[in-house]
Write a protein that binds this ligand. Structure first.
Ligand code: PMV
Length: 348
């Protein structure tokens, strides 16, 4: 059925409203640097795990009765001049164009963990938005298409469309048509897999990942070295996932995250996200592994939070050991989670 959105009658009676829930994801092999900043095309592919317990729920509604856009994020009404407002507005235009209409939009969104602090909140936020737009506008996009469009909100959002272990392909084409994510293994594949999220501060980070990525690519002499090792990390990571080999997976992920931070630290001016608790956590995890032979490995995104990769039989030991670090505000235990889903309960 082709809907003519200019038809007043249809617009009044059709409900263009939907609610979606998306989990965040943590990259095991990071996405860092864009070959095309406008089309959000990365220099390298990446692999992540989607996490349960850390999600964004978003309701969207397009309506003729709305005098202007209204975006409410975590109970705060965004002002038109805010960067976050423009990001949502620009993102919505992609879907409005696909639907061939231009109505005003209301968005209400809630995230159950600290946003903009290096916990990939934009991944769950834009994955949820993409899925909600898709349903509200009856676009019937495939998962691959959803992933492709989600990346325009935030690169990492392309991976949160799927549950479990996910690979985002950098693609080869200039137009980005082959740049989307696919699931490697679903959320039930590795039930013992755990991530311990350590919130070292709920404060927002001082440089957004978009700016940090740009500066690194332009100014770090280590950026080429990053690109030279990432393909090997991707291949070995897939083998580790296929073998459910926590030790190999953890070692590759940890080394990959530290290499990414080395490019940030060596950019000009330097970007150093870590706080004292971040560093204490890194050192404690190394000690846990070396002295006590515990399978625990760190990974850190563009921010100060630390995520520890471990298994269900080690998680309590890891948590107890780290609870001595008093600066850690909160520990969240997470397992592989589901991909994006549409729910019937709306936020407004
Ligand atoms: O999706 P963005 O633009 O917020 O970039 C995310 C970058 C990292 O979190 C540092 C790495 C990744 O692959 O998620």
């Amino acid at each position: 059925m082709v809907i003519n959105f200019n038809d007043e009658y249809i617009l009044i009676f059709m409900s263009m409203k939907a609610t979606a829930v998306a989990n965040t994801n943590i990259a095991l092999v990071k996405y860092w640097g864009k070959r095309n900043e406008e089309l959000i095309l990365p220099y390298n592919s990446s692999i992540s795990v989607t996490l349960n317990n850390l999600f964004t729920i978003t309701t969207v509604e397009f309506s003729k009765n709305l005098p202007h856009n209204e975006f409410v994020i975590n109970n705060r009404l965004l002002n038109e001049n805010e960067v976050e407002y423009s990001r949502i507005d620009n993102f919505s235009r992609i879907f409005k164009k696909l639907a061939g209409m231009d109505l005003n939009l209301k968005v209400v969104s809630k995230t159950n963990f600290p946003i903009a602090s290096g916990l990939a909140s934009s991944a769950s936020a834009f994955a949820a938005l993409a899925a909600a737009f898709n349903t509200a506008l009856s676009l019937n996009l495939t998962y691959e298409e959803l992933s492709k469009y989600a990346r325009f909100g935030s690169g990492s959002a392309s991976r949160s469309i799927y549950g479990g272990f996910v690979k985002w392909f950098k693609g080869e084409f200039d137009d980005g048509s082959d740049c989307f994510a696919k699931q490697i293994k679903d959320e039930n594949y590795w039930p013992d897999f755990r991530i311990l999220v350590c919130i070292t501060s709920s404060k927002e980070k001082f440089v957004k990942s978009r700016e940090a990525m740009h500066r690194t690519v332009k100014t770090s002499e280590f950026y080429d070295a990053w690109l030279q090792t990432v393909e090997k990390d991707l291949d070995e990571m897939e083998i580790a996932i296929n073998n459910r080999d926590i030790r190999s997976l953890g070692l590759i992920a940890e080394n990959n995250a530290l290499k990414m931070h080395a490019t940030m630290i060596t950019s000009k001016p330097p970007i150093i996200y870590w706080n004292s608790a971040t560093l204490k956590l890194i050192k404690s995890v190394l000690r846990l592994r070396e002295e006590f032979k515990v399978n625990a490995y760190i990974t850190i995104d563009a921010g100060h939070q630390v995520k520890i990769i471990t298994t269900s039989d080690e998680i309590d030991r890891v948590k107890n050991y780290l609870s001595d670090i008093k600066e850690v505000e909160q520990f969240i235990v997470s397992s592989p989670g589901q991909g994006v889903k549409i729910v019937q309960e709306h936020l407004f």
